[in-house]
Each structure stands twice: as structure tokens, then as C-alpha cells.
Design a protein around this ligand. Structure first.
Ligand code: G3P
Length: 228
């Protein structure tokens, strides 16, 4: 299956661009990300769904403080947005309770705000399909986000759990690289990091050099010049 790439944004222009140029599997949002757009949140989510289509994953976070509220929000979002929807739920006790209830109802769940492997393990046992450790936020407080990802991958293997790691909160390409090497199944990154994953000055230099060398001999003729 390969790395599963998701875009961590609610910005439509960024989503359109990434989905045009990169092999994206979906979009993740959270309340902070949605609030940055500063307009009706349901409009934003419906427009994202329209742009990415019904089949791509859209991860939307619940805000409720109790399991009851979270379940209500999940059912509301499922009705209002539809398609391949994942409800993101923080790993607090009420969140774990909500995961168990929503799993019974057949909904797809992404456990979020994860900082330890044990939080991820419990969420997966409760029924989460994805677990989202915050790599850079762990690194920022003298932990190792990559180590936490590696531990989660190992635990899921130990217990033959189907849940996948959806590593989140990245500030650079090296963190993504190390998460990939550690066996992380998927990453969600912002538009800037998505671009940076592909960028290298020597790639651009090489491409320009190919064109310069070609034009020296063939001028404006294209590879397809004899195609009628
Ligand atoms: O999906 C969670 C992620 O958006 C957190 O990222 O950059 O705010 O630590 P960040």
C-alpha cells in the first residue's frame, strides 16, 4: 500500500493543489486548523468533501467534553458531510468511551492528541482505526516523537491490531523520514512540508540542465515533434 499521505489543513486552495500534484489519500483537520479559515465550519467541511470526492478520507475532530456529546457530534458530522469520514477523538477517558460506542455503530475513528504509546494502544483496543501521535510537540518537550511512533508500531504488531499510525505535527522533512523508517503507516503534514518532501535544489538544477543540453542541439523541437 505504501505511505499514506494526508494534508493537515482546511484551506481549499492548498487542498486543490496538493490533490492535483501529489498522491494524497485525504485531509485531516482539527478545531485549530478550521478556526484559521474563520468562516462557517460546515461550509468549509462540505467544500473540502466536494474537492476531494467521496472516497478520499476526511478526518474531522469532535469537540465535546463527554462521550455523549462526542457521539452526537459524530452522528451529526456523518449526516452532514458523509463520504469516507473519520471522527477524530482525543484520548481522554470520555473519548475512549465514545470510541467504543462509535465502533459499535460502525463509524470510523481516529484517536488524536496522542503523546505516549500506551494512549495509542488503549485507543486501538477501544476501536480506533488510526492513532495520531504528535511528533513535533513531543520533540518540543525533550521527548522523541519518532521513538513514540516506533513503539506504537511495535505494540500494534505484538497484539496483531489492525489500527494504523497516523503521525501528525511535523515541522520538517527529517521527522517525516524518520517516522517512515520507523514503520509509521501514514503521515499528515501541512502544505509547506508536503512540498518540501519533494524539493531539492539539485533536482531543479538537473531538470534545467537537461533542457539546456537538449535545446543546444534540437532547439525548440519537442520530444513529440513528429507526433501529428
Ligand atoms: O493534526 C494535529 C496537528 O495538526 C498538530 O500539529 O503543528 O499544531 O503541532 P501542530
Amino acid at each position: 500500500m505504501g505511505m499514506i499521505y494526508l494534508l493537515d489543513t482546511a484551506n481549499l486552495e492548498q487542498i486543490k493543489k496538493a490533490f492535483e500534484f501529489y498522491p494524497m489519500s485525504g485531509v485531516t483537520t482539527n478545531p485549530t486548523i478550521i478556526s484559521k479559515e474563520n468562516r462557517n465550519f460546515l461550509d468549509i467541511l462540505k467544500e473540502i468533501r466536494e474537492v476531494i470526492g467521496e472516497d478520499k478520507m476526511l478526518h474531522v475532530q469532535a469537540l465535546g467534553a463527554t462521550a455523549e456529546e462526542i457521539v452526537k457530534e459524530a452522528e451529526y458530522l456523518s449526516q452532514a458531510i458523509g463520504g469516507n469520514l473519520y471522527i477524530k477523538i482525543p484520548v481522554i477517558p470520555e473519548g475512549i468511551k465514545a470510541m467504543m460506542i462509535l465502533k459499535q455503530k460502525g463509524m470510523k475513528i481516529t484517536a488524536t492528541a496522542i503523546f505516549t504509546a500506551q494512549q495509542a494502544l488503549m485507543a486501538a483496543v477501544a476501536g480506533a482505526d488510526f492513532v495520531a501521535p504528535y511528533v513535533n510537540r513531543i520533540d518540543n518537550i525533550s521527548g522523541s516523537g519518532v521513538d513514540v511512533v516506533a513503539q506504537i508500531v511495535q505494540l500494534f504488531e505484538n497484539y496483531a491490531l489492525d489500527a494504523k499510525v497516523l503521525a501528525a505535527s511535523f515541522k520538517n522533512v527529517q521527522q517525516v523520514q524518520e517516522v517512515a523508517l520507523a514503520g509509521g503507516h501514514s503521515v499528515t503534514v501541512n502544505a509547506e512540508i508536503m512540498d518540501a518532501l519533494l524539493t531539492h535544489p539539485l533536482t531543479d538544477w538537473s531538470v534545467n540542465q537537461f533542457i539546456t543540453d537538449w535545446e543546444k542541439v534540437y532547439g525548440a523541437k519537442k520530444l513529440t515533434y513528429d507526433v501529428k
